[in-house]
Design a protein around this ligand. Structure first.
Ligand SMILES: CCCCCCCC/C=C\CCCCCCCC(=O)SCCNC(=O)CCNC(=O)[C@H](O)C(C)(C)COP(=O)(O)OP(=O)(O)OC[C@H]1O[C@@H](n2cnc3c(N)ncnc32)[C@H](O)[C@@H]1OP(=O)(O)O
Length: 193
């Protein structure tokens, strides 16, 4: 397989227009679900990722690799690194568009080993949209925002209705999220706008 860059987005795409009430640059993003493996605080072995909105339709997320995240001894498991990118990319779509979406496709390039104890500084960006398809990408820098790039990812998210989660997931878990959001109405989602 060639490492030559393929065109991205892979189809003609429009710029993404952020929601008028999207969080502003500098704003810290809350976890979206306490039991989320990526950002939730109720799972001991989860990634416990935290993110902040950056300038120019970006989100900055950090993932610190622990012993719970190993593949080879002392090194992060590639699947967990992909998970960290899924979280960061889902976070930029969900928070800047404020519409529900799911990952349709996620591709990763692992360029350097990521040791236990290191922190990946992930910068995710919105690259374009075509109908329900949202194209996003991210770079993961090792141990500093300007550190060497260890992992890169490109992803397609597909906008869905809230029914997606109640039909295919656990309606009671969805209710837990909605209840938390009712307590913070400024963070309410546009449902089928
Ligand atoms: C999440 C909680 C929400 C609560 C809100 C709180 C705030 C949250 C804020 C932020 C946090 C978010 C953080 C989360 C991060 C993690 C996200 C995940 O890991 S999501 C789980 C993994 N993903 C799945 O489980 C999807 C499973 N797949 C599906 O359900 C369907 O395949 C789906 C919805 C993706 C598409 O199905 P269709 O029937 O609706 O639509 P069709 O027509 O098939 O696709 C639409 C378009 O997309 C293209 N497409 C779909 N999949 C593609 C693929 N793999 N490659 C290329 N194109 C694809 C198709 O070709 C089509 O394109 P054409 O419109 O015809 O041009």
């Amino acid at each position: 397989m060639s490492r030559t860059a393929q065109p991205w987005p892979p189809v003609p795409a429009e710029p993404v227009i952020a929601h008028p009430q999207a969080p502003a640059p500098g704003e810290k993003l809350p976890m979206h679900y306490a039991e989320c493996f990526g950002c939730g605080d109720e799972l001991d072995g989860g990634l416990h990722m935290r993110s902040t909105v950056g300038e120019g339709q970006t989100v900055r997320a950090q993932f610190t690799v622990t012993d719970a995240h190993q593949g080879a001894p002392g090194l992060a498991h590639g699947g967990l690194l992909a998970c960290a990118f899924d979280e960061a990319l889902g976070s930029i779509v969900g928070n800047l568009l404020r519409r529900p979406a799911v990952t349709g496709r996620l591709e990763t390039d692992f360029r350097r080993p990521v040791p236990v104890g290191s922190t990946l500084f992930i910068i995710a960006r919105l690259d374009g949209m075509a109908g329900r398809k949202i194209y996003v990408s991210a770079d993961g820098h090792l141990d500093a925002e300007d550190g060497p790039i260890a992992v890169q990812a490109r992803s397609l998210f597909v906008l869905v209705d809230f029914d997606h989660f109640t039909t295919h997931g656990h309606p009671q878990s969805m209710e837990k999220i909605m209840e938390a959001r009712r307590r913070k109405p400024d963070r309410d989602w546009d449902i089928n706008p």
